[in-house]
Design a protein around this ligand. Structure first.
Ligand SMILES: [Zn+2]
Length: 118
């Protein structure tokens, strides 16, 4: 699945509306004109918010940006709950995209230190 950042999420049924983050693929690439890798502090926040995997599926998704034979694989989603009530869904691959390919999630995901509910 590939979706534009902040577009409405519709991949899997979920009781509350969510927006897509990090559903990258070959059509839209990294979705930034000039990738600006996350600084270590920002990356730490993203890792901290990405501790709990939701919606595991039966298959895996290969990274479209790695060489095919070495492609990282992911399965599942992270959900980020912003304090103002917005919810974002990202593939588990979002950490790989940020760490290895310079993907920068929308500022809202980093700025509010989104975290999964306890
Ligand atoms: Zn990759």
């Amino acid at each position: 699945m590939e979706s534009l950042d902040l577009s409405p999420y519709g991949y899997y049924r979920f009781p509350i509306p969510m927006r897509n983050v990090g559903w990258l693929g070959p059509e839209h690439g990294l979705q930034t004109e000039a990738p600006q890798p996350l600084r270590e502090g920002e990356l730490a926040l993203l890792r901290q918010a990405s501790e709990r995997v939701a919606s595991l599926m039966l298959g895996t998704h290969d990274c479209d940006f790695c060489p095919r034979a070495l492609a990282a694989k992911g399965n599942g989603e992270y959900r980020y709950y912003a304090p103002e009530g917005d919810v974002y869904s990202a593939p588990v691959m979002i950490l790989h995209y940020a760490e290895e390919h310079g993907y920068r999630p929308p500022a809202v995901v980093i700025r509010y230190r989104c975290a999964s509910p306890a």
